[in-house]
Design a protein around this ligand. Sequence first.
Ligand code: FAD
Length: 391
Amino acid sequence: TFELLPSDFYGFENLLTEQEKTALTNLRAYLESDVRPIVNGCWERAEFPAEVIRPLAALGAYSFSWPETRPFENSAVFRGFVALETARVDASVATFVGVQNGLACGTISATGSQEQRDEWLPRLASGEIVGAFGLTEPLSGSDAAQGLRTTATRTGDTWLLNGAKRWIGNATFSDITIIWAKDTADGMVKGFIVTTDTPGYTATRIEGKISLRSVQNADIVLENVVVPEKNRLQNANSFKDTAKVLRLTRAEVAWSAVGTSIGAYEAAVAYAKERTQFGKEIGGHQLVQDLLVKSLGNITASLGMVVRVSQMLDEGSQRDEHAALAKLYTTARMRETVAWCRELFGGNGIVLDYDVARFFADAEAVYSYEGTREMNTLIVGRSITGQAAFV
Ligand code: FAD
């Protein structure tokens, strides 16, 4: 039976249907029994737990959004809670899902032809293959549109891709990577489904990360990579189409940030009831209660925001600036929350055993990816003033 999370203080989960609650209960049970016990070890060893890919697929994690694959009709709020539940246990696993589901399937769903959707979505949704999304480059991150240097040159029915990508999640083991490149004929940004065994494609793991250590990020080099025209995303005609995908994934990242905050908060509540100092549980000290209450306030405000942004998606009124404000706001609140929760643990807050250290470290990457706070601020600023400060 479904139980409201105590950290869902205002009961937003009551908005879900019975079918959605059952799916979420099953996901939650799997994450607790099979994922939570292994994630600290994976983080320390900087390994991704590949054994979670198929079970998460069976629970619907990469299929709920797409008409071609979804097990039942569902709401954007429900899909947000799927991201939240995953991040509540581990931000790296949530990032894997975000890439596989949001960025890989999301791009193919939003910009592929029906034929391309039919070819790739079922295979990605079932976890048979893993997808990655290559937009960022060594020399362009925030200015991904203007600064994009990877090129695509058409000859007959094939394209030749040349360039480099950086930070690409899941790309050390992905079967396909979506590569965004500028058409040398018309200068427009186009998207290509590149199978990673194509000659000239190499992916090298980025080492030494202090955040999201389990996520496998890669530097990719493309040297005369040949892609057939049938693998060019047929409805990706300019960066505006890429931005459509990013709007949806930013809203999902905003949900994941709430999940990461909740993961840290739940660890802190448990510790506050278990650790004693000055002859009583530390949760009985006023200043410790203040840390918990401020954290719950951040979580509750953020949850209200992401729920509404998802409802706007279903209503057809969600715009780029709505997702951008949610992403920048909830990740900033997450960064405060994980720091307060870590503080509550004293010294034990910096060792992996208590979970909170992992949430604390992982929050940093989530704060910066899918558009930094500054870039999302400029998207909202443009909508308020009508002036684009970043072009
Ligand atoms: P830069 O763009 O170099 O920015 C550096 C700083 O300058 C930032 O603080 C930024 O806000 C600021 N800045 C830049 N321009 C302005 C401006 N006009 N005004 C004010 N401030 C400005 N990318 C992918 O394509 N696919 C992935 O799967 C992927 N996964 C990632 C996973 C992780 C763990 C990380 C860390 C990154 C990932 N990225 C991925 C890349 C990510 O989206 C970029 O890191 C992010 O967009 C920021 O780009 P940058 O790192 O190049 O920073």
